[in-house]
Write a protein that binds this ligand. Structure first.
Ligand SMILES: C[S@@+](CC[C@H](N)C(=O)[O-])C[C@H]1O[C@@H](n2cnc3c(N)ncnc32)[C@H](O)[C@@H]1O
Length: 206
């Protein structure tokens, strides 16, 4: 019994490593790229010339995919509390998204333009204590929705990483009230043991 558990754990870690190795081989900065690629392949998120905001963008795997798939006609605005090396066609603002000053900088950089899509892969540094981590994670996705409501065009989409737990159901309800439909996605590159899921809210009601 113990042996088979160990083997299962080994297999899981090995599969995780495979994603990391694949990212290195393909020149992507993170395994997260494959999560977004899978969601786009299934749900057709991207169109050339779109305006997209990428929250929690470092080290830059999602922004790399945006840059590849959107072409240079659109606008890609990325932000993270950590620094991020430059990516073609991606404008980057470094700062803590929980601070008003960063929200203001992002809005300024939009120059009154509305966004087609807001994506958030933000996650707090995990302490391992759910009672601390879950509210922090929920706060970040609430702020992402707040920004989405300020910048999205009617009909626009929001994709946000959310952790299942306290506050999740309320957040889902909130999204359902603001968007035409809300889909739940768990891409294969997302660790099975992680409580993270991606909520894709489509058709902002404005
Ligand atoms: C899972 S990583 C994002 C990976 C990224 N999507 C990629 O493809 O490379 C989560 C990011 O959220 C960022 N983050 C966490 N709290 C933040 C905050 N308060 N403001 C801005 N970014 C934050 C972290 O610094 C981290 O880079």
């Amino acid at each position: 019994m113990a042996r088979s558990k160990t083997s299962a754990a080994w297999l899981k870690e090995h599969v995780d490593d495979v994603w990391v190795q694949k990212a290195q081989k393909d020149g992507y900065r993170s395994r997260a790229t494959y999560k977004l690629a899978e969601i786009d392949d299934k749900d057709r998120l991207f169109r050339p010339g779109m305006t997209v905001i990428d929250l929690g963008s470092a080290p830059g795997g999602w922004s790399q995919l945006l840059s590849e798939r959107l072409g240079s006609e659109g606008k890609i605005l990325a932000s993270d509390i950590l620094p991020m090396d430059a990516i073609p066609d991606v404008e980057f603002i470094q700062g803590d998204f929980t601070e008003d000053a960063i929200l203001e900088l992002l809005l300024e950089s939009m120059q009154g333009k509305q966004a087609d899509l807001v994506i958030s892969d933000m996650a707090p540094n995990l302490s391992g204590m759910n009672a601390i981590d879950q509210p922090k994670a929920m706060y970040l996705v609430e702020l992402a929705l707040d920004l989405a409501e300020q910048v999205l065009k009617p009909g626009g989409d929001l994709l946000a990483k959310v952790f299942q737990g306290e506050g999740y159901e309320d957040y889902l309800k909130l999204l359902r009230s603001r968007f035409t439909k809300v889909l739940t996605r768990k891409p294969v590159a997302s660790r099975a043991r992680s409580r993270e899921v991606y909520l894709l809210a489509r058709g902002y009601k404005g």
